[in-house]
Write a protein that binds this ligand. Structure first.
Ligand code: FAD
Ligand code: NA7
Length: 554
């Protein structure tokens, strides 16, 4: 083996959503490494490329759901609404890619199927779906937390003669106009899809497994004054945002729900209901909605009362009223409960009346009723966080597979590094921060670039994480999750939306500010938890940009 053979590429980035685009820019344009991106889709955008269902838009306000590194693209954009639609997000991400000259670096329609670490050379060999093997010293996996589709395994699916679509792979040629549509799923996607589909479909049947606590999104036109003020103070807004937990751009509450009177609680809940946004309702009303059962129940009562007031048919209102704690990723959409007052919308409660089979005309439920459909829509979510990793064969030191390292407890140091997988950097890997994901992604990519910059500066070393650091981070995340009410319900944030999977801790619930503090501490402690070891190539190929190495992370 020619162990001095240097790869022509320095860094490979898999996936070109918000994370991959920024990683290509950071490593390519700022660190001046030779980078190559692989994307299985035909274009950039990730989530915003694939999820083209009617009603798709961000549910984090758009002024904080984008990049902070690129004010120019923001300034040149005509922002009109509080929440960006899927089309606007996709256009924005394409504009960023073109502004920074990233498109020629990306190979589209190319899935990465395997990545193998060659220890002797300190090199990752990445294999694509067309059989090509490309080598690089650094591997960034920005394959998405919500990227691998979750489709229910219902009896008779292949007999259905209408169209079946998942919201996360929505085809461009499908119109729901006048059609008989069925939708399974009432998560963040379902609550956006249902009002939009009901407005055009002939008939909409909603197959609901779990009732959903949904607050209004409060979408509205952005005022010219707000846009002017935001542009003028762009850096300041983002600096402030990074000091918060959830990083959604609103003031997070410091008052405990049960420390105020019942009247005051109702006033605060109503104020936030009127303002809209799920994260604001959960974290802006009171500081303990996700922690204290009594506070949580007060929020549940408020939302259940809203359902009873909005939905005119009491039986439908009862089916729509959740009984479990309000402890999934908070959901918001405008006009969700109101949609059930429409004459063309029918709600089927799958807990009381499960789907018996799918047949050629539609769906038959356990009560014997046939629901004839032209289109069956799966708004059934994703195999989150680990799903995209389980589709690739990633082998680290001694040929150990990442999926074997994880077993049924996916782990990492900081959501980024895994012991025994040197120079592999995940963006939003298991136990990354639970927050608005745009600034979480920027934080992680900045950190990855910082580590890579340091490895380059020191002489092209390999960066590995220590087993104890990985274990301590994992345990810390487990303790933090246990302190909240989130593990008390089954949801995607614990991977328990997949049939047969128990709740596993997949996020750091300490917030973005604490996460960034941890990164700063790692730098000041001399990179605790990381080891930089010589690889085969000791001579730097080029002088590293001192800026990128010295950029403070928090
Ligand atoms: P993705 O955007 O998922 O991109 C991953 C990319 O990797 C994809 O393009 C995929 O094709 C590619 N890929 C995966 N595996 C391979 C492979 N083996 N080979 C090649 N390419 C591969 N988050 C928020 O914070 N706020 C929101 O309002 C919000 N709204 C959302 C709405 C929807 C409908 C969905 C599904 C998610 C939403 N999210 C939201 C979460 C969202 O996924 C993240 O905010 C963010 O877009 C993730 O970016 P990413 O680049 O990490 O991953
Ligand atoms: P979610 O939040 O995982 O929601 C999926 C929905 O689909 C939810 O209502 C599930 O019910 C339902 N589901 C899943 N599998 C089935 C089966 N087999 N039968 C019936 N119903 C089922 O995914 P989303 O796409 O809505 O949102 C994911 C994230 O995207 C979101 O948080 C944002 O970040 C954007 P359940 O609640 O599990 O009973």
């Amino acid at each position: 083996m020619d162990i001095d053979r240097k790869p022509a590429i320095d860094a490979i980035v898999i996936g070109t959503g918000i994370a991959g685009i920024y990683a290509l820019h950071k490593l390519g344009n700022e660190l001046k490494l030779k980078v190559r991106g692989f994307e299985k889709g035909a274009g950039v955008g990730g989530t915003w490329f694939w999820n083209r269902y009617p009603g798709a838009r961000s549910d984090t306000e758009s002024f904080v759901y984008r990049y902070s590194f690129d004010q120019e693209t923001y300034d040149g954009w005509n922002w009109t609404q509080k929440y960006a639609s899927q089309g606007q997000m996709l256009a924005y991400l394409n504009a960023v890619v073109d502004r920074h000259g990233l498109r020629p670096l990306i190979r589209f329609n190319t899935r990465v199927v395997a990545a193998t670490f060659d220890e002797a050379r300190g090199v990752w060999a990445v294999e694509t779906s067309d059989g090509e093997v490309v080598e690089a010293r650094y591997l960034v996996t920005s394959v998405g937390v919500l990227s691998k589709l979750n489709k229910p395994n219902l009896p008779g699916l292949d007999r259905f003669e209408g169209r079946q679509v998942h919201t996360g792979a929505w085809p461009d040629d499908l119109s729901l106009e006048g059609k008989k549509v069925g939708v399974i799923g009432t998560g963040s996607t379902g609550v956006q899809f249902i009002p939009a589909a009901a407005a055009v479909a002939g008939h909409l049947t909603v197959f609901q497994r779990s009732a959903q606590y949904c607050v209004p999104a409060g979408n509205d036109q952005l005022s010219p004054d707000f846009i002017r003020e935001y542009r003028a103070n762009f850096g300041g807004y983002w600096d402030q945002l990074r000091q918060t937990r959830i990083a959604c751009g609103f003031a997070e509450a410091g008052v405990a729900a049960m420390s105020v009177s019942a009247e005051e609680r109702t006033r605060v809940f109503q104020e936030h209901w009127d303002a809209g946004n799920g994260f604001r309702f959960m974290f802006g009303t009171f500081c303990d909605i996700a922690i204290d059962p009594a506070a949580n129940e007060a929020a549940c009562d408020f939302i259940r009362e809203k359902i009873a007031t909005i939905v005119t048919d009491p039986a439908t209102a009862a089916k729509l009223s959740p009984r479990e704690p309000y402890a999934k990723r908070p959901v918001c959409a405008d006009g969700y409960y109101e949609t059930y007052n429409r004459p063309n919308v029918e709600l089927v409660d799958l807990k009381a009346n499960p789907i018996a089979e799918v047949n050629k005309r539609g769906v038959r439920t356990a009560d014997g009723k046939q629901h004839d459909l032209d289109v069956l829509v799966y708004a059934t979510g994703f195999e989150c966080v680990e799903g995209s990793y389980r589709e690739m064969r990633i082998a680290g030191r001694d040929g150990k597979l990442l999926v074997d390292h994880w077993g049924d407890r996916p782990c990492s140091y900081l959501g980024i590094s895994v012991h025994g997988f040197p120079n592999l950097f995940m963006v939003l890997g298991p136990n990354s921060v639970f927050s608005n994901l745009a600034p979480a992604i920027e934080t992680q990519v900045d950190w990855i670039a910082h580590l890579v910059g340091r490895a380059e500066q020191l002489g092209q070393l390999t960066v590995d994480t220590d087993a104890t650091a990985e274990d301590e981070w994992t345990v810390q995340c487990e303790h933090m999750a246990a302190y909240t009410l989130f593990p008390q319900v089954k949801s995607w944030i614990f991977g328990a939306n997949i049939e047969g999977r128990p709740n596993r801790v997949l996020f750091f619930f300490g917030g973005l500010a604490a996460y960034r503090e941890k990164l700063a501490e790692i730098v000041s402690s001399g990179y605790a938890g990381y080891s930089f070891a010589p690889a085969a190539f000791h001579t730097p190929l080029r002088a590293p940009s001192s800026d990128s190495v010295a950029t403070p992370i928090a």
